[in-house]
Structures are given as structure tokens and as C-alpha cells.
Design a protein around this ligand. Sequence first.
Ligand code: C5P
Length: 211
Amino acid sequence: MIIAIDGPSASGKGTLSKRLAAHLGYAHLDTGKIYRAVGMAVLRAARDPANEGAAIAAARALDPATLRDPELTGEDAAIAASKVAAITAVRDVLLQFQRDFAARPPGDAGGAVLDGRDIGTVVCPYADVKLYVVASAEVRAERRHKELLERGEDSIYARVLQDMKDRDDRDSNRPIAPLKPAENAFTLDTSELDADQAVKVALSEIEKRGR
Ligand code: C5P
């Protein structure tokens, strides 16, 4: 059983994916972390994440153990991720890792939940269930702003909103694997839902489509 969850940043897809995986006993892969790890590796090598050679080398050298690095959750990693993610050869290198995870989830789990931008369209177009999670840019920026303040980081709402719009723009308008709903995806708008409500709606959709 493969569940593909796509959507823009702070749409609620990460929390939803984790909770669905825990509820169903499936393995979970946050594919954004992979791009963030590659972006961070390029930054740490003091190179530009938009530099193809540097980004491809970092993607080839990716160690899955680094996906737990707490620095990956920061905004620098997010911005670098969206730059390396726009490079075709980087995506090609990372594709097999994601497909292997879906086909053989770790721990012999009976299924996998993958979340990202292109899971339903490119990585697992054969997924049993595809969800496309959205929320308005203002609601998403508010969530991210709150999260940053709670972590004790400096944050200015207007700046967060602008960074989010820029990242949405890069993710949606890149020629390769742009952010968009798969044809048969179920769109779940979380603007007015809390995490419990979103899980409930998703589970009822999974019951209908996959289980
Ligand atoms: O989901 P997250 O915000 O961690 O993703 C960081 C960046 O990685 C995104 O803005 C996007 O550019 C890229 N990404 C991607 N494809 C995925 C997951 C993430 O291009 N499947």
C-alpha cells in the first residue's frame, strides 16, 4: 500500500503524513528532507545550491543517516532545497532512493507514506491513494511564523509570507516535476481544519480508495 501526499510548504502535509503512517503502521518518508540534506551539504561546502556540479555531487554522496540532522528544518535549508530541487540531474539521482523506500518500506511495514511535491505525479504515479494538501498562502505563512517563534527563532510574518510565495513560485513553475496535483488526487484543503480533522478526512478517503 503506497500513499502519496503532495502539496506546498506548511500546507499540513508533513503532520498529516506522520500521523497517517503512525495510525496505519506504515513507514514514512519526508522527501523534502532529502532535498534539504542535499541543499545543506552544498551550503556547507561553501558552494551555490543552484550550481549544477556541486548539487549533483552532493546528491550522489547523500547519506540517509544525515536526514535526521536538526538543521534541516531551518529556512536556509528550505531555500537551498528548492534550488537544488530545480536541477533535473539531482532529481534523477534521488528518484531511485524514494522508489526503493516505497517498494520495500523499512521494518517490513505493510505500506509506505511518502510526502513531497511530485510523489503522485513522478515518484509513485502508481500509488494506491494520492492526496494533494493545500491551504491559503496566508494561513501557511502564519503557521510557519508561529512555528519559528516557538522554536525561539527571529521571524517577521511579512518576510515569511514573501519567502513562501517565492518558494511556491520556484516549485510550481520549474519545468521538471513541478508542484501540481496528480490527475486522480483528492484535494484536501486544511485552511480551516486542525490536525485531527485533517487526519479524519484523509482516513475516510483512504478507506474509500485503497483499503
Ligand atoms: O517539503 P519541504 O518544505 O521540506 O521541501 C523543501 C523543498 O524541497 C521544496 O520547496 C521543494 O523545492 C523540494 N522538494 C521537491 N520535491 C519533493 C520534496 C521537496 O522538489 N518531493
